[in-house]
Ligand binder design. Structure first.
Ligand SMILES: [Zn+2]
Length: 174
């Protein structure tokens, strides 16, 4: 849609030294366009790729440093303590909520996030066997979520926008 502002809608600035002559008068006709752009990107998930590939196989992978025995989930290709290349290890996918937030607004940053119904839970989960916290969506009613709650990874088998949404956490029943 083309939206035109005519110059009679634009107030000219009076300048006594220029005797009220507006040298920009012919350029005050402003045309505004509403344009929508779409771009597709192809990018690599690099050294983290195996984590996302294995989510499609319903396996939760972390990395482990053989020097300090630290286990990183999300995975880190390099141990930040020892600067040693880590090794892939599989975790059982169960863990404990260490802290969480109830979100009443979705940033809508991609189709997966847009699909979230508010309020939703962002939980920081200490996975069994891991040394670090893993932040992700916890699909549970806000009134039952609490620190110390046991959760497990739920694997998604539908098409997702970003492979991080091939999983989310759910409460462990019983
Ligand atoms: Zn280490």
């Amino acid at each position: 849609m083309v939206d035109v502002i005519s110059k009679k809608d634009v107030q000219t600035v009076s300048d006594p030294h220029k005797r009220d002559i507006d040298p920009w008068a012919d350029f005050r006709l402003v045309e505004r366009l509403n344009l929508e752009f779409t771009q597709n990107y192809t990018h690599s998930l690099g050294k983290y790729s195996r984590f996302f590939v294995e989510l499609e196989n319903s396996r939760f992978m972390a990395t482990r440093c053989e020097t300090c025995e630290g286990v990183y989930a999300p995975p880190r290709p390099l141990c930040p303590q020892c600067l040693r290349v880590t090794q892939w290890v599989e975790l059982p996918g169960t863990g404990t909520v260490e802290t969480y937030s109830v979100l009443h607004f979705s940033p809508g940053s991609n189709a997966d996030v847009e699909a979230l119904k508010t309020p939703y839970i962002l939980a920081y989960v200490l996975l069994d066997g891991s040394s670090t916290l893993f932040p992700h969506i916890l699909d549970a009613p806000p009134d039952i979520v609490q620190i110390g709650m046991r959760v497990r990874v739920h694997y998604v088998d539908r098409t997702v926008f970003h492979p991080l949404h091939l999983m989310y956490f759910v409460p462990v029943e019983g």
